[in-house]
Design a protein around this ligand. Structure first.
Ligand SMILES: [Ca+2]
Ligand SMILES: [Ca+2]
Length: 1011
């Protein structure tokens, strides 16, 4: 191409934002080693694609195929690739990953590329990432301005090279002894071990999750090692192939440079070296896993169907078919005259939806194939889902398209639980009522509604009523359990549940609202980060951890918009921007569900607190017919993401039910949810006193949150006497439906033995750390940050939150000492040590500066100090002032659960960093920020008031008459009446509300981006 053309393209390219459209993981390819199959000449070298310069490019020889690869230096979890094509682009190419630069896995493929800048959401893992071009658009070669890879180095674990393919995988063993479970041999920790019974033979088997190419095995033996053993592989766990055998095992750490293939690998011990069993600290397998059989080809982004459909007919499977014998159902359709190819569109579950967009996630389709014939069989195993939807688009020779009708089918191919729980498998189903026959409700091949109706017809009124109650740990017929419970306890409760007459499992749900065993930032902190793909990953991480031990519900996320400063629970909500709230809730619900609908791999989300307690609090919601619109936005979003459980809160609504009760027992408020929002799912009340249960059920609530049927003075008969059978049937129908959808009749249990060894994985810690980093908000900085200190310098870390581990967290999402989580001072000390800087607590000799951590300690419901004092108390302010009096520069670290008035001390510190409740990586993320390991990007999720009188009247309390802010309006601290009128008008018109109203000290969204 000519120089002039190149300049023209360059100008066009330079207008493109240099960052990803939606922040994925950080850019990890820039400056890394690259290699290409060829270069047109020395002016267009491969290195030009990773130099961050849009004026330099690589160009290949003028032939097919050609490739260019980046060496990331270590295994990385890759979540996005951006290609910035010069005019000589590829029409067909693949993006591939590899652990070693030899074996490649395709993570993206297209034959219809149109060049330009292409942002590709991908999921993959590997040290090497390659673009493999197979068809050029022009007579020239392949030419890229930039080839950018985003993700997390050290994440993933599906790779090979330097990382194992066995870590945290599912394991099984012939036996284990004491607490030394099989899972301990693949947890990456050399302090935990598997130990077998004291006899021969014994084995330990790992499910690698897909067909693996094995290149190396490392056995790290405890003293009880094997003299004789074999290493075997298998694809079915029945037929095993020996890839290594010895009778002279020496113990210690044995590195076996052996190769083989198979999905399963096992150690088969034949002769013990001691009188004890076989014991391994770690069993590490290296190589690569082929994920093609479990990964959908993503040939498009998530896409809405064309406006016109029904132009030709689909033929199989039949509409609404249940697919129960294969995960790869053949799809077929009528031929279209003149068609040269077809596009197969299927609503596969994705991780990269645009969560800022409205519309149902389940109605977003992905192009998965472009066959030329009229049939297509998926090349991967479809996971269990209840509502697969699909259509075909035909393309003729001139590119014109027509589109078929849209059909649905479900795929359910469960692995039946074989725990010794007294429930036998009869004719391929679990005989839950233990009568030797399979009734329709036990037959998983039946439609969910058939199973619901059959089971309901077998239940006594009392059995039905128990389904509406909690306390399954005591009443084994109860439908629900209040978590979190430890895995072994939960397992015992589930066994007890299986022993009941009908064997209906319960769902355990707890207030683990920001993480189960890895605690990420609360939602108000996530609203400072505004990285919705990351929010999805956090929900997905929580789902994975809960599924390990069979905890299938959570009492979150919150869909509240925080428009009232004095609402103590504003920390749990999403900040004051309803659109941010909506995007976060979509992402978290989808992540917890593991897709756009409840399915057998889901955690049941409980969206709260209906109908939007952010507009007033737990005592009263004050919105009117206009401002209710604003507070409904995130609830509608939750439903679009497929949420099927909503919790009404304690607050009543002066609009929806004037003078009436709280939402959970207000028929009018619940009717608004059913009628105006069209919600057909479950309604679970907040925790109510026993005297309210009958009223709540009669008002339309389906589950009595936390309710103990054995409460003092209460019995289940009190309930059945007060609630009509028709209302009970209505509620129990919903409960049973979602339990069947969760697949728990077939597989109610987790793995209480091995599951806990898969908690808090390093990749999970990395996600929590990223979220905490992205939330950190640098409110001010006079240049002191990032810290520039010399080895031997001293600093002081002080303030009540410095060593307060719990301040990162609320409710039952905990700080985990047992996994080595670090609080602020411990994390700063660890980071400072790498720079040779000494850290003292509270005081020390000649400190260069003081890091003062202030704010409220952990609380739920009520605040940590008087609610009407949203500002630092005198003793905390004194810590800051004391250092300033000594002329010691101060960096204030503000643990901010709610908007504070900081006006009186804002000028004192050299820098102020807001951490919010940043989850258990809050300390490490802060320490990294202070030392400049990354640049800040968080933005305030609320305005910070300039004066307390912008919140409430001087001397006032938390009642509407004393309020000076409008509890239902965003961005109105210090606003004029005209501004409030304007905000309302914007809301009424469903228009975006500018965030710059009022007269706060810091605006919504304040925060320095970079230093
Ligand atoms: Ca271990
Ligand atoms: Ca039966």
């Amino acid at each position: 191409m000519t120089a002039a053309a190149a300049v023209a393209v360059l100008l066009a390219q330079s207008l493109v934002s240099s960052g990803p459209a939606q922040a994925a993981g950080p850019l990890i390819s820039q400056g890394k080693p690259v290699l290409a199959s060829s270069a047109e000449n020395a002016a267009f070298p491969a290195t030009a694609v990773v130099d961050g310069d849009l004026g330099t490019r690589w160009s290949s020889a003028f032939s097919d195929p050609q490739w260019i690869r980046v060496d990331l230096g270590a295994t990385a979890a890759i979540d996005q690739v951006i290609l910035r094509w010069e005019a000589a682009y590829a029409t067909a190419y693949q993006i591939q990953t590899s652990p070693d630069g030899n074996t490649w896995t395709t993570i993206y493929s297209t034959t219809t590329s149109t060049g330009g800048t292409q942002t590709l959401p991908v999921t993959g893992s590997g040290r090497y990432v390659r673009l493999n071009g197979t068809a050029r658009a022009t007579g020239y070669g392949y030419s890229l301005w930039e080839f950018q890879v985003f993700g997390t180095i050290g994440g993933g674990g599906g790779g090979g090279g330097g990382s194992t393919i066995s870590e945290f995988k599912k394991v099984d063993a012939s036996s284990y002894e004491g607490g030394n479970a099989p899972g301990a041999a693949v947890d990456g920790r050399t302090t935990t071990r598997w130990s077998s019974a004291f006899s021969d033979p014994q084995w330990l088997s790992i499910d690698l999750g897909g067909t693996a190419t094995i290149t190396k095995v490392v056995l790290n033996w405890e003293a009880a090692f094997a003299r004789g053993y074999r290493i075997e592989t298998s694809n079915d766990r029945t037929t095993w192939t020996t890839i290594h055998s010895t009778n002279t095992g020496a113990g210690g750490t044995e590195t076996l440079n052996i190769s083989g293939t198979g999905r399963y690998i096992r150690l088969y011990g034949t002769a013990r070296a001691t009188g004890y069993g076989y014991s391994l600290w770690e069993f590490q397998v290296f190589g690569s896993v082929d994920t093609a059989s479990s990964t959908a080809p993503l040939l498009s982004g998530p896409t809405k169907p064309p406006a016109t459909t029904g132009q030709f007919a689909l033929t199989a499977p039949a509409d609404a078919a249940m697919v129960t014998t294969t995960r790869r159902p053949a799809l077929s359709w009528n031929a279209v005259s003149g068609a040269v190819r077809y596009q197969v569109w299927l609503n596969v579950s994705r991780t990269d939806y645009d969560f800022t967009q409205s519309g149902n996630l389940i109605d977003l389709y992905t192009k998965v194939a472009e066959p030329t014939g009229t049939t297509y069989t998926p090349t991967w195993d479809l996971p269990d889902r209840w509502t697969y939807k699909w259509y075909i688009t035909s393309v003729n020779g001139s590119g014109a398209t027509t589109t078929s009708n849209i059909r649905k089918f479900s795929v359910y191919v469960p692995v039946l639980e074989t725990v010794a729980d007294g429930v036998n498998i009869v004719n391929g189903s679990r005989d839950l009522n233990k009568n030797g026959a399979i009734e329709p409700y036990e037959d998983w091949r039946q439609p969910v509604d058939t199973r619901v109706n059959d089971l309901l017809s077998r239940m006594t009124t009392q059995e039905k009523a128990y389904q509406m109650f909690y306390n399954a740990q005591t009443f084994n017929q109860s439908g629900w359990h209040f978590g979190p419970a430890e895995g072994p306890d939960l397992h015992n409760y589930l066994l007890s549940s299986a022993a009941t007459r009908l064997g209906i499992p319960f769902v355990s749900a707890g207030d683990t609202i920001h993480g189960y065993k890895t605690t990420y930032p609360v939602q108000s902190a996530l609203a400072a980060a505004r990285n919705y793909p990351l929010d999805y990953k956090l929900g997905d991480m929580q789902r994975r951890e809960q599924l390990e031990v069979g905890t299938r519900g959570v009492l979150g996320p919150l869909a509240e918009v925080g428009t009232k400063v004095l609402y103590p629970r504003i920390q749990e909500g999403n900040g004051e921007n309803a659109d941010v709230a909506a995007a976060q809730v979509r992402a978290l619900v989808a992540g917890l569900q593991g897709g756009p609908e409840l399915n057998p791999q889901s955690v049941l989300a409980t969206v709260k607190h209906w109908p939007g307690e952010g507009a007033g609090g737990e005592a009263l919601i004050v919105y009117d017919a206009v401002t209710i619109k604003y507070h409904m936005i995130p609830f509608r979003a939750a439903m679009e993401a497929g949420a099927v459980n909503i919790m009404p809160g304690y607050a009543g609504s002066s609009l929806l039910d004037p003078g009436g009760p709280g939402a959970g027992d207000s028929a009018k408020i619940l009717a608004y949810l059913r009628t105006n929002l069209g919600f057909t799912g479950l309604i679970t009340t907040d925790w109510l006193p026993s005297g309210s249960w009958v009223g709540a059920a009669n008002a339309g609530s389906d589950v009595m949150g936390g309710a103990d049927p054995g409460a003092p003075g209460y019995s289940i008969n009190t309930f059945t006497a007060g609630v009509p059978v028709s209302r009970i049937d209505d509620a129990v129908r919903r409960i049973l439906r979602l339990k069947f959808q969760l697949g728990i009749f077939e597989a109610p249990y987790g793995d209480p033995v091995n599951g806990p060894y898969r908690f808090h994985q390093p990749a999970y810690t990395a996600l929590a750390n990223q979220a905490s980093r992205e939330a950190m908000t640098l409110l001010k900085n006079n240049g002191i940050l990032p810290l520039r200190l010399n080895p031997g310098d001293n600093i002081v870390v002080a303030g009540p939150r410095a060593a307060d581990s719990l301040a990162c967290c609320i409710w039952t999402s905990y700080f985990h000492n047992e996994y080595g989580s670090k609080n602020i001072i411990d994390a700063v000390r660890a980071r400072a040590a790498t720079a040779g800087v000494n850290v003292y607590q509270d005081s020390g000799p000649n400190p260069k500066l003081a890091v003062v951590a202030v704010g409220e300690g952990s609380y739920t419901h009520a605040t940590n100090w008087v609610k009407e004092q949203p500002y630092l108390p005198a003793d905390q302010l004194a810590v800051i002032q004391n250092f300033r009096n000594q002329n010691i520069p101060v960096v204030v670290v503000l643990v901010l659960p709610r908007p504070y008035v900081i006006t009186e001390w804002d000028a004192l510190p050299a820098a102020t960093v807001v951490t919010y409740r940043g989850g258990e990586e809050m300390g490490p993320a802060l320490a990294s920020l202070l030392f400049g390991d990354y640049t800040p990007s968080g933005r305030l999720p609320w305005q910070l008031p300039r004066n307390l009188t912008d919140v409430l009247r001087a001397g006032g309390t938390d009642v509407p008459a004393d309020a000076t802010e409008s509890w239902d309006l965003p961005y109105d601290l210090g606003a004029t009446a005209a501004q409030r009128t304007d905000i309302r008008a914007k809301i009424d018109a469903s228009a975006p509300v500018p965030t710059t109203y009022g007269n706060p000290l810091y605006q919504y969204g304040a925060g320095r981006i970079g230093w």
